[in-house]
Design a binder for this molecule. Structure first.
Ligand code: 9MR
Length: 672
């Protein structure tokens, strides 16, 4: 993003510079070798994702406020199962009166951190309120069961990836038959089929699973009973998508036949998952054998452990989990990670996690969004997009530029194919007001339950809103700083103070900005003080060639890893815009080159394919499509997408009147 009323473009001077200097970033190191295939991640979720799988955990709503617990949860796991909060005795304790508040808390946390949710469980004989158990009439029970399934699934529609529709319907022992329960006793074997059919109608997009324990041994009568039921369902078209194997194991771990069991079920045409894994005393071999059994079966698409620390376990006396009571990784953790193909992080200091590769290739869409001038807004360029996916929609904020200056616009749509037809809301008609407002960045600040829109006005400014989809809800601009920090005044030269960017970790928030003069600045405040208190402004990175470290910086947290990603827009030797990238293990840390040169860029016309026609040679100011939407700015570790501005390569003239349009890059060299 450029400053208002810039009259001079950069292309001539950039070409004159003739080359891009080798990065002279403060405290930079050497680029690590690009992993060419099979990246070794150092967290469970990121490594599972390398093979398209997930790694999940059971979560208790009451523990989300525990810092150690939440830190491990958000670092390691990309699927969560509410341990008790979606069960009948919580959600419908009295007939017809539903309480989803505890589960909503977990779902909100998961969504904000880019984690998917497994719904557990709709129909189960246990943790069932007394009033259901007292029903004596089949029709009443059928109605009650269907209503429970429909109401709960409707509430979480679009937010739950897979449901344990029925849990533990089969008896232990040698019968291979259903266990006694109020459902079985009044409705017979058919209650399971009824539940699955009702579930499919309630949320056709959710995966529907049957979940049980002691069905891991292929030779067990219970396993055979469940297998016959699934085979029968598949042969008659009863909707079932997956079978969950709880895997609550004794010290020896899984039975020898576990992999056979998983592959035999998968051969029926269902996905299989390990849904509640814990192993008494957590032997490394027992955990490795369990993971290997799943990884050897293509349709085994995820593992969930039943809790984080031993102290969180329902069988805590057995110390069955991957983290000890203090939250330290146990030997079993490293065993699981290496069995999946990952590499344990170094225990001390250094940038340990290589979640992202060292080189990139992309495919670009055509133009997805163009200016929509109206009677009071004549617009040349649509620029600087910020995007979050929230509540089933992409929400895009962007600059609109013209000879008369800069403003902001908002649009939303459900799918990229709908972007072109979205309505453009001009934010100068809201309390944000008119005048110089540009380069927006949007995120949800979870501690305050408020959306923030950060933008430049000459100062670094922000507005807040409780509803991202309501353009009129934004507050009037406020400034982060009383005035330009001294270090910027001293270094900005003839540049401009642009492109403010906020990102927070669990303790602090950081405000990055650029000066179009080769400096990236960083200020800091505490999470508790945000949005106030930004101070200690320092130069986070610099380059003696200002075009090599120009503007439009983005900083992200890589999901399931301890890696942060820095992108900075540069102007290449051909005068075209492109992005360079660096990684760090901390937001205030030093940045190590990732894909940071013109020859090995993060995103440049040279590593982007344009299947629909090459409409731009500039890959300029934009934002990654995030995995979540909160202040941690978490992005996925694979299949990255970047919304950017590009323009007709033949267009020229005053910078503010260039015909910028928005397009989407999708990573094509992802290992997963
Ligand atoms: O871990 C759960 C524990 O907190 C509850 O008290 C218990 C109540 O039955 O349920 C535990 O989770 C169970 C899961 O829902 C179904 N499979 C067996 C799990 C361990 O008992």
């Amino acid at each position: 993003m450029k400053l208002l009323r810039r009259t001079r473009g950069h292309r001539a001077s950039a070409s004159a510079s003739g080359l891009v200097a080798v990065a002279a970033l403060l405290a930079s190191g050497t680029a690590s070798a690009a992993p060419d295939a099979g990246i070794k991640a150092s967290t469970l979720g990121a490594q599972a994702a390398q093979s398209g799988r997930y790694f999940g955990t059971a979560v208790a709503a009451g523990k989300l406020g525990d810092g150690t617990y939440a830190t491990i949860l958000d670092r390691e796991f990309n699927m969560v199962t509410p341990e008790n909060e979606m069960k009948w005795d919580t959600t419908e304790r009295t007939r017809g009166s539903f309480d989803f508040a505890p589960a909503d808390q977990i779902v909100a946390h998961a969504t904000a951190h880019g984690q998917r949710v497994r719904g557990h469980t709709l129909v189960w004989h246990s943790q069932l309120p007394g009033w259901v158990g007292s029903i004596t009439d089949a029709n009443t029970l059928r109605g009650v069961m269907n209503n429970h399934i429909t109401t709960e699934m409707a509430h979480f529609k679009g937010k739950v990836y897979a449901w344990d529709v029925v849990n533990e319907a089969f008896a232990d022992g040698s019968s291979g038959a259903h266990r006694a329960s109020v459902f079985q006793n009044l409705l017979g074997d058919g209650f399971v089929e009824q539940a699955f059919r009702t579930a499919r109608s309630a949320d056709p997009a959710a995966k529907l699973c049957y979940n049980d324990y002691n069905i891991e041994d292929w030779n067990a009568a219970k396993t055979q009973g469940v297998y016959r039921m699934v085979r029968d369902f598949k042969s008659r078209g009863v909707p079932i998508d997956c079978v969950g194997f709880q895997a609550h194991f004794g010290t020896g771990g899984p039975p020898a036949s576990f992999q056979t069991t998983l592959s035999n079920f998968a051969a029926l045409g269902v996905d299989v998952q390990i849904t509640e894994l814990d192993i008494a005393q957590a032997s490394t071999t027992a955990y490795a054998n369990t993971i290997r059994a799943c990884w050897n079966v293509a349709r085994c698409n995820g593992v969930t452990v039943w809790g984080i620390r031993d102290s969180d376990s329902w069988r805590s006396g057995d110390n069955p989990l991957l983290f000890d009571r203090n939250g330290a990784k146990k030997a079993a953790y490293n065993s699981v990670l290496t069995t999946m193909g990952g590499a344990p992080a170094a225990t001390t200091g250094t940038a340990d996690t290589a979640a992202l590769p060292g080189s990139y290739s992309w495919s670009s869409s055509g133009v997805l969004m163009s200016p929509k001038p109206d009677s009071t807004h004549s617009i040349a360029g649509l620029k600087d997009p910020s995007v979050v996916y929230y509540n089933g929609k992409y929400h895009v904020f962007a600059s609109v530029a013209s000879a008369s200056g800069y403003g902001l616009v908002y649009l939303n749509f459900t799918d990229w194919s709908q972007a072109a037809s979205a309505t453009h809301y001009y934010l100068d008609r809201t309390p944000i007001g008119s005048g110089y407002r540009a380069a927006p960045q949007v995120f949800y600040f979870a501690p305050q339950k408020l959306w923030y829109l950060v933008y430049q006005t000459g100062n670094a400014s922000y507005s807040t809103n409780s509803d991202i989809s309501n353009p009129n809800g934004w507050s009037a601009p406020r400034n982060f700083y009383a005035s330009m920090p001294d270090v910027i005044k001293q270094n900005i030269g003839s540049g401009y103070w642009v492109d403010m960017w906020v990102i927070c970790d669990s303790g602090n928030c950081y405000l990055f900005s650029s000066d179009d003069n080769g400096h990236l600045y960083r200020s800091q405040t505490t999470l508790a003080s945000f949005p106030n208190g930004f101070a200690n402004t320092v130069i986070a990175a610099q380059d003696s060639n200002k075009y090599a470290l120009f503007e439009a910086s983005n900083v992200y947290k890589v999901q399931g890893s301890s890696q942060y990603l820095l992108l900075v827009e540069a102007i290449g030797s051909d005068g075209r815009r492109y992005f360079r990238s660096w990684a760090s293990s901390g937001l205030a840390g030093s940045w190590t080159a990732l894909a940071a040169s013109e020859a090995n860029p993060f995103a440049r016309a040279s590593n982007v394919a344009f299947p629909g026609g090459s409409w731009t040679k500039d890959i300029s100011h934009g934002e990654m499509v995030r995995a979540g939407y909160d202040q941690t700015l978490t992005i996925p570790s694979c299949r990255l997408q970047y919304l950017y501005q590009g323009k007709d390569p033949n267009a020229g003239g005053d910078y503010n009147t260039l015909p910028w349009r928005l397009g989407l890059l999708t990573q094509t060299n992802s290992a997963c």
